[in-house]
Write a protein that binds this ligand. Structure first.
Ligand code: GLN
Length: 304
């Protein structure tokens, strides 16, 4: 079976789950999204693209943006990045506050909210035009200048982002935020509001599947070792307290977002993005998780 037949098979199989789970409702703008949309796009290193369903419909990538911010900050700071954020799985919800207090303001990893707020703070200190440069970076990663922030999504999240504000305040208390808290939150929420479709997301994630790909924006590539590390963090931390389950069932480095998207890569083979807004209790797309499980089972291609 080729990838197109496999995607079609997965699409048909997973449709049985289409009524399970609820879209995220804590961000009012996300409630407006039709929960019955479902798309998949896979891109291979040889340059082939395979799509099914609503693969051209754009959605807020939410926490998937954390991977792009991490790549940018890692490129700029190198190993010094790890002085301010760890690389251990949290085993907790993405927006947990408890662990951050116990560990005195050093987030467990860059893919939980606390870690992403620290990364946002670092980018604010390092970049002259953080929002513009972040957007340009992602646009260039996927070779598409049409990608935009969804401003009303970002505003809607700020107006209701009490828990993220609490996390940012705690980070500031422990001296792990340099900039104004409000500025950090606004930048973080704009990253989360970034709106992309499955095809664009799969293109952008090729940077992590293909160790040789140049990051156009930096006129250079991340080193192979940096790509390895970002993939390792996705593998161990990309699904919060469901990271073990995702590893167990899928076996690929990946990252989810509460918009219902999941992006994942098979090193040196392909990048894939799946989107379905209905989430399980841990905030990960029900059909997205199942689709990727079927993909690695059917192809027998995973990192394990
Ligand atoms: N913007 C969301 C939040 O901070 C991102 C969470 C997610 O996608 N898991 O709550």
């Amino acid at each position: 079976m080729g990838y197109q037949e496999i995607l079609q098979y997965i699409y048909n199989e997973t449709l049985q789950l289409s009524h399970i789970g609820e879209p995220a409702s804590y961000i009012p703008e996300l409630r407006k999204v039709n929960p019955n949309q479902y798309g998949i796009c896979l891109k291979t290193l040889e340059g082939k693209t395979y799509c099914v369903g609503d693969s051209q419909e754009a959605f807020a990538i939410q926490s998937i943006a954390k991977v792009f911010a991490l790549a940018m900050a890692f490129h700029i700071k190198g190993e010094r990045l790890w002085e301010r954020v760890g690389v251990e799985p949290s085993g907790s919800a993405f927006n947990s506050v408890i662990q951050l207090e116990m560990e005195k303001g050093i987030p467990r990893n860059p893919l939980i909210n606390a870690g992403a707020l620290v990364i946002s703070d670092i980018l604010l200190s390092e970049l002259d035009y953080p929002e513009e440069q972040f957007l340009k970076f992602v646009q260039e990663l996927c070779g598409d200048s049409d990608i935009r922030y969804n401003e009303s999504m970002a505003v809607s999240e700020r107006e209701n982002g009490f828990l993220n504000a609490a996390i940012a305040n705690m980070l500031k208390y422990y001296g792990n935020i340099e900039n104004d808290i409000e500025r950090v939150l606004r930048f973080y929420f704009r990253q989360c509001s970034l709106t992309m479709n499955c095809q664009q997301l799969a293109s952008a994630f090729m940077a992590f599947a293909n160790h040789k790909k140049k990051f156009e924006y930096f006129q250079t590539s991340l080193t192979g070792s940096q790509v390895k590390r970002i993939n390792a963090i996705m593998q161990t931390c990309g699904f919060y307290d469901e990271a073990g389950d995702f590893s167990f069932k899928v076996g690929l480095p990946g990252k989810s977002g509460v918009g219902g998207g999941i992006a994942a890569i098979c090193p040196r083979k392909y990048a894939i993005a799946v989107w379905s807004p209905r989430l399980n209790k841990k905030g990960n797309s029900v059909m997205g998780m199942k689709a990727l499980e079927l993909l690695t089972t059917k192809t027998e291609e995973s990192i394990f």
